[in-house]
Ligand binder design. Sequence first.
Ligand code: AMP
Ligand code: ZN
Length: 459
Amino acid sequence: MELHLYDSWERRVRRFESISPGRVGLYCCGPTVYDYAHIGNLRTYIFEDLLRRTLSFNHYQVQHVVNITDVGHLVSDADEGEDKMEKGSRRSGKSAWEIAAFYSAAFMADFRALNLLEPAVWCRATEYLPEQITFIRTLEEKGYTYRTRDGVYFDTSRQSDYGYLARLDRDALQAGARVALGEKRSHTDFALWKFSPADSRRQMEWDSPWGRGFPGWHIECSAMSAAHLGSWFDIHCGGEDHIAVHHSNEIAQTQACHGTRLANFWMHGYFLQTGSEKMSKSGGDFLRLKSLIERGIDPLAYRYLCLAAHYRSQLEFSWDGLQAAATGLQRLRETYHRWPEGRQIDHVFLNRFRDEINNDLNSSRALTVVWELVRSEIDAAVRKATLRAMDQVLGLDLDNWRPASHEIPEEVETLARQRQAAREMRQWQEADRLRLQIKAHGFLVEDSASGWLLKPDSN
Ligand code: AMP
Ligand code: ZN
Protein backbone atom coordinates (compact mmCIF):
# COMPACT_ATOMS: atom_id res chain seq x y z
CA MET A 1 0.00 0.00 0.00
CA GLU A 2 1.82 3.09 -1.20
CA LEU A 3 1.14 6.64 -0.14
CA HIS A 4 1.61 9.39 -2.73
CA LEU A 5 1.62 13.09 -1.85
CA TYR A 6 2.09 16.29 -3.79
CA ASP A 7 5.35 18.00 -2.94
CA SER A 8 5.45 21.73 -3.73
CA TRP A 9 9.28 21.60 -3.86
CA GLU A 10 9.30 19.17 -6.79
CA ARG A 11 5.87 20.26 -8.02
CA ARG A 12 4.66 16.75 -8.51
CA VAL A 13 2.93 13.91 -6.72
CA ARG A 14 5.59 11.52 -5.50
CA ARG A 15 5.81 8.48 -3.30
CA PHE A 16 6.04 9.26 0.39
CA GLU A 17 8.63 7.41 2.44
CA SER A 18 9.50 8.57 5.91
CA ILE A 19 13.04 9.54 6.84
CA SER A 20 12.99 7.21 9.88
CA PRO A 21 11.07 3.96 9.45
CA GLY A 22 7.55 4.11 10.81
CA ARG A 23 7.79 7.68 12.10
CA VAL A 24 6.85 11.02 10.57
CA GLY A 25 7.79 14.52 11.70
CA LEU A 26 5.05 16.97 10.65
CA TYR A 27 5.26 20.74 11.20
CA CYS A 28 2.30 22.99 10.43
CA CYS A 29 2.42 26.77 10.46
CA GLY A 30 -0.13 27.85 13.02
CA PRO A 31 -2.24 30.92 13.63
CA THR A 32 -1.17 34.49 14.22
CA VAL A 33 -3.22 35.16 17.33
CA TYR A 34 -4.26 38.81 16.97
CA ASP A 35 -7.79 38.03 15.85
CA TYR A 36 -10.19 35.10 15.53
CA ALA A 37 -9.47 32.44 12.94
CA HIS A 38 -11.79 32.59 9.94
CA ILE A 39 -13.15 29.51 8.23
CA GLY A 40 -10.53 29.95 5.47
CA ASN A 41 -7.73 29.48 8.00
CA LEU A 42 -9.62 26.51 9.37
CA ARG A 43 -9.77 24.91 5.92
CA THR A 44 -5.97 24.71 6.01
CA TYR A 45 -6.02 23.01 9.44
CA ILE A 46 -8.66 20.56 8.24
CA PHE A 47 -6.38 19.62 5.32
CA GLU A 48 -3.47 19.15 7.75
CA ASP A 49 -5.60 17.01 10.04
CA LEU A 50 -6.62 14.85 7.06
CA LEU A 51 -2.93 14.44 6.23
CA ARG A 52 -2.10 13.49 9.79
CA ARG A 53 -4.94 10.97 9.99
CA THR A 54 -3.93 9.50 6.62
CA LEU A 55 -0.37 9.03 7.87
CA SER A 56 -1.71 7.25 10.96
CA PHE A 57 -3.99 5.13 8.76
CA ASN A 58 -0.82 4.07 6.94
CA HIS A 59 0.61 2.98 10.30
CA TYR A 60 3.01 5.87 10.79
CA GLN A 61 3.54 7.32 14.22
CA VAL A 62 3.17 11.07 13.69
CA GLN A 63 5.00 13.73 15.69
CA HIS A 64 2.76 16.69 14.90
CA VAL A 65 3.99 20.18 15.82
CA VAL A 66 1.98 23.39 15.40
CA ASN A 67 3.26 26.85 16.27
CA ILE A 68 1.41 29.83 17.63
CA THR A 69 2.69 33.11 16.19
CA ASP A 70 2.37 35.48 19.12
CA VAL A 71 5.03 37.99 18.05
CA GLY A 72 6.85 39.26 14.98
CA HIS A 73 4.25 38.90 12.21
CA LEU A 74 4.21 42.35 10.66
CA VAL A 75 1.22 43.83 8.91
CA SER A 76 3.16 43.78 5.62
CA ASP A 77 5.15 40.84 4.28
CA ALA A 78 7.80 43.38 3.18
CA ASP A 79 8.97 43.74 6.83
CA GLU A 80 7.16 47.00 7.23
CA GLY A 81 4.32 48.28 9.32
CA GLU A 82 3.33 47.35 12.81
CA ASP A 83 3.53 43.99 14.53
CA LYS A 84 0.04 42.46 14.26
CA MET A 85 -0.04 41.75 18.00
CA GLU A 86 0.79 45.31 19.01
CA LYS A 87 -1.76 46.57 16.51
CA GLY A 88 -4.39 44.23 18.00
CA SER A 89 -3.50 45.59 21.41
CA ARG A 90 -3.96 49.20 20.33
CA ARG A 91 -7.31 48.34 18.74
CA SER A 92 -8.72 46.56 21.79
CA GLY A 93 -7.08 48.24 24.75
CA LYS A 94 -5.83 44.87 26.03
CA SER A 95 -2.12 44.07 26.37
CA ALA A 96 -0.39 42.20 23.54
CA TRP A 97 0.05 39.27 25.96
CA GLU A 98 -3.64 39.25 26.85
CA ILE A 99 -4.55 39.37 23.16
CA ALA A 100 -2.32 36.38 22.44
CA ALA A 101 -3.80 34.35 25.31
CA PHE A 102 -7.37 35.24 24.37
CA TYR A 103 -7.13 34.42 20.66
CA SER A 104 -5.04 31.27 21.27
CA ALA A 105 -7.83 29.95 23.49
CA ALA A 106 -10.45 30.86 20.86
CA PHE A 107 -8.39 29.07 18.22
CA MET A 108 -8.08 25.91 20.31
CA ALA A 109 -11.85 25.87 20.84
CA ASP A 110 -12.39 25.96 17.04
CA PHE A 111 -9.76 23.29 16.64
CA ARG A 112 -11.63 20.93 18.94
CA ALA A 113 -15.05 21.74 17.51
CA LEU A 114 -13.78 20.56 14.12
CA ASN A 115 -12.53 17.30 15.65
CA LEU A 116 -8.93 18.14 14.69
CA LEU A 117 -6.48 15.91 16.52
CA GLU A 118 -4.44 17.70 19.16
CA PRO A 119 -0.81 18.11 18.04
CA ALA A 120 1.91 16.54 20.16
CA VAL A 121 3.37 20.03 20.61
CA TRP A 122 1.93 23.54 20.46
CA CYS A 123 4.87 25.95 20.44
CA ARG A 124 4.69 29.69 21.02
CA ALA A 125 7.23 31.97 19.38
CA THR A 126 7.66 34.00 22.57
CA GLU A 127 8.84 30.87 24.40
CA TYR A 128 11.67 30.17 21.93
CA LEU A 129 13.74 33.35 22.03
CA PRO A 130 17.09 31.62 22.84
CA GLU A 131 16.64 29.20 19.89
CA GLN A 132 15.85 32.06 17.51
CA ILE A 133 18.76 34.19 18.71
CA THR A 134 21.20 31.27 18.38
CA PHE A 135 19.92 30.64 14.86
CA ILE A 136 20.48 34.27 13.85
CA ARG A 137 23.97 34.24 15.41
CA THR A 138 24.94 31.24 13.29
CA LEU A 139 23.66 33.00 10.18
CA GLU A 140 25.69 36.03 11.17
CA GLU A 141 28.83 33.96 11.71
CA LYS A 142 28.39 32.41 8.29
CA GLY A 143 28.10 35.85 6.70
CA TYR A 144 24.43 35.73 5.66
CA THR A 145 23.26 38.84 7.52
CA TYR A 146 23.62 42.61 7.47
CA ARG A 147 22.35 45.35 9.72
CA THR A 148 20.29 48.39 8.94
CA ARG A 149 19.01 51.05 11.32
CA ASP A 150 15.85 49.05 11.98
CA GLY A 151 17.09 45.48 12.18
CA VAL A 152 19.21 42.53 11.14
CA TYR A 153 18.41 41.19 7.67
CA PHE A 154 19.00 38.01 5.72
CA ASP A 155 20.98 38.60 2.55
CA THR A 156 19.18 36.58 -0.13
CA SER A 157 21.80 37.43 -2.78
CA ARG A 158 24.09 34.90 -1.09
CA GLN A 159 21.98 32.03 -2.44
CA SER A 160 21.76 31.40 -6.13
CA ASP A 161 18.66 29.23 -5.69
CA TYR A 162 16.82 31.52 -3.28
CA GLY A 163 13.05 31.19 -3.83
CA TYR A 164 13.22 27.86 -5.70
CA LEU A 165 10.08 26.64 -3.90
CA ALA A 166 8.08 29.44 -5.54
CA ARG A 167 10.21 29.36 -8.72
CA LEU A 168 10.90 33.04 -8.00
CA ASP A 169 12.85 35.03 -10.53
CA ARG A 170 14.73 37.36 -8.19
CA ASP A 171 16.15 39.62 -10.90
CA ALA A 172 12.73 40.17 -12.46
CA LEU A 173 11.24 40.83 -9.02
CA GLN A 174 13.94 43.32 -8.19
CA ALA A 175 13.50 45.18 -11.46
CA GLY A 176 9.71 45.26 -11.23
CA ALA A 177 9.36 46.12 -7.53
CA ARG A 178 7.71 49.43 -6.82
CA VAL A 179 8.00 49.44 -3.03
CA ALA A 180 10.86 51.56 -1.68
CA LEU A 181 13.75 49.45 -0.50
CA GLY A 182 14.75 51.59 2.48
CA GLU A 183 18.07 50.27 3.68
CA LYS A 184 17.35 46.76 2.46
CA ARG A 185 19.75 45.66 -0.27
CA SER A 186 17.22 43.60 -2.13
CA HIS A 187 13.43 43.29 -2.12
CA THR A 188 13.60 39.63 -1.21
CA ASP A 189 15.84 40.23 1.85
CA PHE A 190 13.89 39.80 5.08
CA ALA A 191 14.15 40.71 8.74
CA LEU A 192 15.61 38.22 11.19
CA TRP A 193 15.54 40.64 14.10
CA LYS A 194 13.79 44.00 14.32
CA PHE A 195 14.87 46.71 16.77
CA SER A 196 12.40 48.30 19.15
CA PRO A 197 11.86 51.97 18.34
CA ALA A 198 14.55 54.12 20.04
CA ASP A 199 12.01 56.44 21.66
CA SER A 200 9.44 53.96 22.99
CA ARG A 201 9.10 50.52 24.48
CA ARG A 202 7.24 47.69 22.86
CA GLN A 203 5.09 45.39 24.97
CA MET A 204 6.89 42.36 23.55
CA GLU A 205 10.63 42.89 23.34
CA TRP A 206 13.82 41.11 24.34
CA ASP A 207 17.53 41.83 24.65
CA SER A 208 19.77 40.34 21.99
CA PRO A 209 23.39 40.64 20.83
CA TRP A 210 22.15 43.25 18.32
CA GLY A 211 20.01 45.34 20.64
CA ARG A 212 16.55 45.22 22.16
CA GLY A 213 13.85 44.09 19.79
CA PHE A 214 11.91 41.10 18.55
CA PRO A 215 12.39 38.22 16.09
CA GLY A 216 11.06 38.14 12.53
CA TRP A 217 8.18 35.84 11.67
CA HIS A 218 10.12 33.44 9.41
CA ILE A 219 12.95 32.67 11.86
CA GLU A 220 10.35 31.53 14.38
CA CYS A 221 9.20 28.57 12.30
CA SER A 222 12.71 27.54 11.21
CA ALA A 223 13.94 27.59 14.80
CA MET A 224 10.95 25.90 16.43
CA SER A 225 10.53 23.17 13.82
CA ALA A 226 14.25 22.35 14.06
CA ALA A 227 14.03 22.38 17.88
CA HIS A 228 11.29 19.73 17.86
CA LEU A 229 11.89 17.74 14.69
CA GLY A 230 15.51 18.41 13.73
CA SER A 231 16.74 20.33 10.69
CA TRP A 232 15.68 17.59 8.24
CA PHE A 233 12.20 16.19 8.82
CA ASP A 234 9.38 14.75 6.74
CA ILE A 235 6.61 17.24 6.01
CA HIS A 236 6.11 20.97 6.42
CA CYS A 237 2.65 22.43 5.75
CA GLY A 238 0.85 25.73 5.45
CA GLY A 239 -1.55 27.63 3.23
CA GLU A 240 -0.73 28.39 -0.40
CA ASP A 241 0.14 32.01 0.46
CA HIS A 242 3.18 30.75 2.37
CA ILE A 243 4.94 29.42 -0.71
CA ALA A 244 6.32 32.68 -2.07
CA VAL A 245 7.50 34.37 1.12
CA HIS A 246 7.25 32.59 4.46
CA HIS A 247 8.29 29.11 3.36
CA SER A 248 10.83 30.38 0.82
CA ASN A 249 12.45 32.31 3.66
CA GLU A 250 12.31 29.40 6.10
CA ILE A 251 14.11 27.30 3.52
CA ALA A 252 16.71 30.02 2.80
CA GLN A 253 17.64 30.38 6.47
CA THR A 254 17.80 26.66 7.09
CA GLN A 255 19.84 26.08 3.95
CA ALA A 256 22.31 28.70 5.20
CA CYS A 257 22.38 27.46 8.81
CA HIS A 258 22.08 23.67 8.48
CA GLY A 259 22.53 22.93 4.79
CA THR A 260 19.08 21.32 4.33
CA ARG A 261 15.80 22.50 2.85
CA LEU A 262 14.25 21.69 6.24
CA ALA A 263 11.55 19.29 5.08
CA ASN A 264 11.46 16.49 2.54
CA PHE A 265 7.88 17.33 1.50
CA TRP A 266 6.39 20.83 1.42
CA MET A 267 2.60 20.70 1.26
CA HIS A 268 0.10 23.54 0.87
CA GLY A 269 -3.63 23.84 1.34
CA TYR A 270 -5.44 26.05 -1.16
CA PHE A 271 -7.66 28.95 -0.27
CA LEU A 272 -11.25 29.20 0.70
CA GLN A 273 -12.56 31.99 -1.49
CA THR A 274 -15.52 34.30 -1.12
CA GLY A 275 -16.71 36.08 -4.23
CA SER A 276 -13.51 34.99 -6.02
CA GLU A 277 -11.29 36.55 -3.39
CA LYS A 278 -9.38 34.86 -0.63
CA MET A 279 -11.05 35.14 2.74
CA SER A 280 -8.64 37.14 4.90
CA LYS A 281 -8.34 38.46 8.43
CA SER A 282 -7.08 41.85 7.39
CA GLY A 283 -9.99 42.19 4.96
CA GLY A 284 -12.19 42.43 8.06
CA ASP A 285 -15.14 40.71 6.39
CA PHE A 286 -14.75 37.11 7.36
CA LEU A 287 -16.80 34.22 8.65
CA ARG A 288 -15.90 32.50 11.87
CA LEU A 289 -16.91 29.02 12.92
CA LYS A 290 -19.21 30.78 15.38
CA SER A 291 -20.96 32.54 12.48
CA LEU A 292 -21.89 29.08 11.14
CA ILE A 293 -23.00 27.78 14.54
CA GLU A 294 -25.23 30.84 14.97
CA ARG A 295 -26.98 29.81 11.77
CA GLY A 296 -27.58 26.34 13.18
CA ILE A 297 -24.78 24.68 11.18
CA ASP A 298 -22.76 21.98 12.90
CA PRO A 299 -18.97 22.68 12.68
CA LEU A 300 -18.50 19.16 11.34
CA ALA A 301 -20.70 20.05 8.36
CA TYR A 302 -17.98 22.56 7.46
CA ARG A 303 -15.43 19.79 7.80
CA TYR A 304 -17.56 17.64 5.45
CA LEU A 305 -17.72 20.53 2.96
CA CYS A 306 -13.92 20.79 2.96
CA LEU A 307 -13.52 17.03 2.54
CA ALA A 308 -15.79 17.11 -0.49
CA ALA A 309 -13.22 19.26 -2.33
CA HIS A 310 -9.56 18.47 -3.02
CA TYR A 311 -7.15 20.36 -0.76
CA ARG A 312 -5.16 21.45 -3.80
CA SER A 313 -7.98 23.38 -5.42
CA GLN A 314 -9.53 26.59 -4.25
CA LEU A 315 -12.97 26.29 -2.76
CA GLU A 316 -15.60 28.93 -3.33
CA PHE A 317 -17.69 29.29 -0.19
CA SER A 318 -21.48 29.33 -0.48
CA TRP A 319 -24.26 28.86 2.05
CA ASP A 320 -26.02 26.49 -0.34
CA GLY A 321 -22.90 24.34 -0.58
CA LEU A 322 -22.61 24.30 3.19
CA GLN A 323 -26.27 23.40 3.60
CA ALA A 324 -25.84 20.50 1.16
CA ALA A 325 -22.84 19.31 3.18
CA ALA A 326 -24.88 19.53 6.38
CA THR A 327 -27.63 17.43 4.82
CA GLY A 328 -25.11 14.84 3.58
CA LEU A 329 -23.51 14.59 7.00
CA GLN A 330 -26.87 14.28 8.72
CA ARG A 331 -27.92 11.43 6.43
CA LEU A 332 -24.65 9.67 7.06
CA ARG A 333 -25.04 10.02 10.83
CA GLU A 334 -28.61 8.80 10.92
CA THR A 335 -27.84 5.83 8.67
CA TYR A 336 -24.78 4.90 10.70
CA HIS A 337 -26.78 4.99 13.93
CA ARG A 338 -29.52 2.79 12.55
CA TRP A 339 -27.08 0.01 11.69
CA PRO A 340 -26.39 -2.72 14.27
CA GLU A 341 -22.93 -3.03 15.77
CA GLY A 342 -20.36 -5.26 14.12
CA ARG A 343 -16.66 -5.98 13.96
CA GLN A 344 -16.18 -7.53 10.59
CA ILE A 345 -14.79 -5.14 7.96
CA ASP A 346 -15.37 -5.29 4.22
CA HIS A 347 -11.79 -5.11 2.93
CA VAL A 348 -12.71 -4.58 -0.69
CA PHE A 349 -14.42 -1.30 0.22
CA LEU A 350 -11.77 -0.30 2.74
CA ASN A 351 -9.00 -0.86 0.18
CA ARG A 352 -10.83 1.21 -2.40
CA PHE A 353 -11.13 3.97 0.18
CA ARG A 354 -7.42 3.67 0.99
CA ASP A 355 -6.47 3.88 -2.68
CA GLU A 356 -8.31 7.17 -3.00
CA ILE A 357 -6.99 8.74 0.18
CA ASN A 358 -3.44 7.51 -0.49
CA ASN A 359 -3.61 9.21 -3.87
CA ASP A 360 -2.65 12.66 -2.60
CA LEU A 361 -5.53 12.79 -0.10
CA ASN A 362 -8.36 12.55 -2.59
CA SER A 363 -11.04 12.96 0.05
CA SER A 364 -13.84 13.77 -2.38
CA ARG A 365 -13.32 10.43 -4.16
CA ALA A 366 -13.03 8.74 -0.77
CA LEU A 367 -16.45 10.17 0.14
CA THR A 368 -17.85 8.68 -3.06
CA VAL A 369 -16.63 5.28 -1.86
CA VAL A 370 -18.33 5.95 1.49
CA TRP A 371 -21.68 6.55 -0.22
CA GLU A 372 -21.29 3.48 -2.40
CA LEU A 373 -20.72 1.47 0.76
CA VAL A 374 -23.80 3.01 2.38
CA ARG A 375 -25.97 2.08 -0.62
CA SER A 376 -24.49 -1.39 -1.06
CA GLU A 377 -26.20 -4.68 -0.21
CA ILE A 378 -23.53 -5.67 2.28
CA ASP A 379 -24.68 -6.72 5.74
CA ALA A 380 -25.45 -3.59 7.78
CA ALA A 381 -23.18 -4.56 10.70
CA VAL A 382 -20.27 -5.01 8.27
CA ARG A 383 -21.05 -1.64 6.69
CA LYS A 384 -20.99 -0.05 10.13
CA ALA A 385 -17.58 -1.51 11.05
CA THR A 386 -16.16 -0.53 7.65
CA LEU A 387 -17.47 3.03 7.87
CA ARG A 388 -16.06 3.30 11.39
CA ALA A 389 -12.60 2.44 10.02
CA MET A 390 -13.01 5.06 7.26
CA ASP A 391 -14.04 7.67 9.78
CA GLN A 392 -10.63 7.34 11.45
CA VAL A 393 -9.42 9.27 8.39
CA LEU A 394 -12.43 11.50 7.69
CA GLY A 395 -12.79 12.58 11.32
CA LEU A 396 -16.56 13.14 11.11
CA ASP A 397 -16.84 11.64 14.58
CA LEU A 398 -19.81 9.46 13.61
CA ASP A 399 -19.51 7.38 16.77
CA ASN A 400 -20.06 10.27 19.13
CA TRP A 401 -23.02 11.82 17.39
CA ARG A 402 -26.37 11.54 19.17
CA PRO A 403 -29.64 12.89 17.83
CA ALA A 404 -30.27 16.01 19.92
CA SER A 405 -33.65 16.13 21.62
CA HIS A 406 -34.77 18.95 19.34
CA GLU A 407 -33.91 16.98 16.21
CA ILE A 408 -37.00 15.38 14.79
CA PRO A 409 -36.65 12.02 13.07
CA GLU A 410 -37.85 11.78 9.49
CA GLU A 411 -40.55 9.25 10.38
CA VAL A 412 -42.08 11.56 13.00
CA GLU A 413 -42.18 14.37 10.41
CA THR A 414 -43.98 11.97 8.05
CA LEU A 415 -46.56 11.05 10.71
CA ALA A 416 -47.17 14.75 11.39
CA ARG A 417 -47.69 15.39 7.68
CA GLN A 418 -50.16 12.49 7.47
CA ARG A 419 -52.02 13.80 10.53
CA GLN A 420 -52.28 17.24 8.96
CA ALA A 421 -53.72 15.68 5.78
CA ALA A 422 -56.22 13.69 7.85
CA ARG A 423 -57.33 16.85 9.65
CA GLU A 424 -57.77 18.68 6.37
CA MET A 425 -60.09 15.86 5.29
CA ARG A 426 -61.86 16.03 8.67
CA GLN A 427 -60.84 12.45 9.52
CA TRP A 428 -60.61 13.20 13.22
CA GLN A 429 -60.23 9.60 14.39
CA GLU A 430 -57.34 8.97 12.04
CA ALA A 431 -55.75 12.29 13.13
CA ASP A 432 -55.99 11.19 16.77
CA ARG A 433 -54.50 7.80 16.02
CA LEU A 434 -51.55 9.49 14.33
CA ARG A 435 -51.12 11.89 17.27
CA LEU A 436 -50.79 8.89 19.61
CA GLN A 437 -48.31 7.29 17.26
CA ILE A 438 -46.24 10.48 17.31
CA LYS A 439 -46.41 10.46 21.10
CA ALA A 440 -45.15 6.89 21.12
CA HIS A 441 -42.04 8.23 19.33
CA GLY A 442 -41.57 10.72 22.19
CA PHE A 443 -42.99 13.84 20.52
CA LEU A 444 -45.99 16.09 21.06
CA VAL A 445 -47.74 17.63 18.10
CA GLU A 446 -49.47 20.98 18.34
CA ASP A 447 -51.39 22.86 15.71
CA SER A 448 -50.07 26.24 14.72
CA ALA A 449 -51.08 28.90 12.24
CA SER A 450 -48.43 27.75 9.76
CA GLY A 451 -49.25 24.04 10.09
CA TRP A 452 -47.99 22.04 13.03
CA LEU A 453 -45.31 22.15 15.68
CA LEU A 454 -43.41 19.14 17.03
CA LYS A 455 -41.88 19.17 20.49
CA PRO A 456 -40.13 16.49 22.55
CA ASP A 457 -42.55 14.96 25.06
CA SER A 458 -40.88 15.62 28.38
CA ASN A 459 -43.16 13.24 30.36
P1 AMP B 1 -2.57 33.21 9.84
O1 AMP B 1 -3.25 33.00 11.16
O2 AMP B 1 -3.05 34.42 9.10
O3 AMP B 1 -1.08 33.20 9.96
O4 AMP B 1 -2.99 31.98 8.90
C1 AMP B 1 -3.11 30.67 9.36
C2 AMP B 1 -3.14 29.69 8.22
O5 AMP B 1 -4.30 29.88 7.38
C3 AMP B 1 -1.95 29.78 7.28
O6 AMP B 1 -1.50 28.47 6.96
C4 AMP B 1 -2.51 30.49 6.05
O7 AMP B 1 -1.79 30.16 4.90
C5 AMP B 1 -3.93 29.93 6.01
N1 AMP B 1 -4.91 30.77 5.30
C6 AMP B 1 -5.06 32.11 5.32
N2 AMP B 1 -6.12 32.52 4.58
C7 AMP B 1 -6.69 31.38 4.07
C8 AMP B 1 -7.83 31.12 3.22
N3 AMP B 1 -8.63 32.07 2.76
N4 AMP B 1 -8.10 29.81 2.93
C9 AMP B 1 -7.32 28.80 3.39
N5 AMP B 1 -6.24 28.99 4.19
C10 AMP B 1 -5.92 30.27 4.53
ZN1 ZN C 1 5.47 29.18 9.69
